[in-house]
Write a protein that binds this ligand. Structure first.
Ligand code: FNR
Length: 334
């Protein structure tokens, strides 16, 4: 059973937290990896399939064939599926379907985006603690894996503690706290004092989040853990920019990280658009260089691989996938 004590965690990130990035984070040293937020009703449109070529479990959208969620053995004990939901019965349905493929389920109660709030999801749930509690306790009582949630802080530390205590009483195993209010943005300072105040007063592991602006090397993760008095830390942007932040041995150069990421993207047949998006977020300003502009023109995985001298690797893997594909790409799950 997954434990949340003394862990360094890859935060949920839409479009970034797909399988190749999660595996990269684990291989660099992350203890736990969260998926990107998956919206309950989109998940319910998908069908579970075992992919016999890639040895993955794929949840495939029945309307357009896209992969909603792809996972594999390597991450099974360490992957937490984050759900975007505003509805207890939909949340339970998804969780029951997916619980044999993941280590835990997390409910997103921190997203301030309009799409989430309008749908009653994300931080909107924090404004309705009874509803939030009901979703969590229903999952806790009906699942065989741990349930957690990720929240933002409220306007005062006392209010934050009050809502956290209420959510904790649902039986969740841990709570991630992003130390910003719903109206604060990433450039605002993170309120480490509020996270610390709460962490000192609740009985379950608190996972500190929001420190990326000050996290430039592995040691800064430990500093953030110390300042917030939390047992565990969750990293988003610092990992999005350079996933080797999880390495105790130190950061790797950007090109090494891109190469390691690209190999996993090829191994797991990640979509070119998602692969490109993740690399764009590693390159950032360097997209303006001649190599960056060449990269932006790429439309296929082999074109992207060519820029990082991985064309042979890509060709071999893809032809291997194709050969196996003749026998049928999707098989009934074992
Ligand atoms: C996020 N964040 C986020 N949070 C969440 O609960 N579910 C999600 O799907 C996402 N998606 C997402 C995408 C991207 C690109 C970013 C940068 C952020 C918020 C994230 O998990 C985290 O709470 C904040 O970024 C603060 O942590 P850092 O970046 O300071 O470590």
């Amino acid at each position: 059973m997954i434990s949340y004590d003394n862990k360094i965690i890859l935060a949920p990130m839409v479009r970034i937290g797909t399988l190749p990035m999660r595996l990269l984070a684990l291989r660099y040293g992350a203890d736990i990896v969260y998926t990107e937020e998956l919206i309950d009703w989109k998940f319910l449109r998908s069908k579970r399939k075992y992919n016999a070529i890639l040895h993955t479990v794929d949840y495939v959208d029945q309307t357009d064939g896209t992969i909603v969620f792809r996972t594999c053995c390597e991450e099974k004990e360490k992957v937490v599926l984050q759900l975007g939901t505003s509805d207890v019965s939909r949340a339970l349905k998804v969780a029951q379907i997916v619980q044999s493929d993941v280590a835990a389920i997390d409910i997103n109660m921190g997203c301030p985006k309009e799409f989430s709030i309008k749908g009653g999801m994300g931080v909107a749930l924090l404004a309705k603690p009874d509803k939030a509690y009901n979703i969590l306790s229903t999952l806790v009582n009906n699942l065989s894996i741990p349930v957690t949630c990720k929240i933002r802080i409220l306007d005062t530390k006392e209010e934050t503690l009050k809502v956290v205590n209420y959510l904790v009483s649902s039986g969740i195993k841990a709570i991630a706290i992003h130390g910003r209010t719903r109206d604060e943005r990433p450039q605002h300072a993170v309120h480490t004092d509020v996270i610390k105040y709460v962490a000192e007063r609740v009985s379950i592991p608190v996972i500190a989040n929001g420190g990326s602006k000050e996290i430039e090397k592995y040691n800064d993760i430990l500093k953030f853990k110390d300042i917030t008095g939390c047992t565990s830390v969750m990293i988003a942007r610092a990992a999005e920019w350079n996933c080797s932040i999880f390495r105790k041995e130190g950061l790797l150069p950007m090109d090494s990280v891109i190469k390691d990421y690209l190999k996993l993207a090829v191994d797991y047949d990640n979509s070119p658009s998602n692969t490109k998006y993740c690399i764009q977020n590693i390159l950032r300003d360097l997209q303006e260089t001649p190599r960056g502009r060449q990269f932006l023109e790429c439309q296929t995985l082999d074109q992207i691989c060519a820029i990082w001298d991985l064309q042979e690797y890509c060709k071999e893997k893809q032809s291997c996938h194709q050969k196996l594909g003749i026998q049928g790409r999707w098989q009934v799950s074992p």
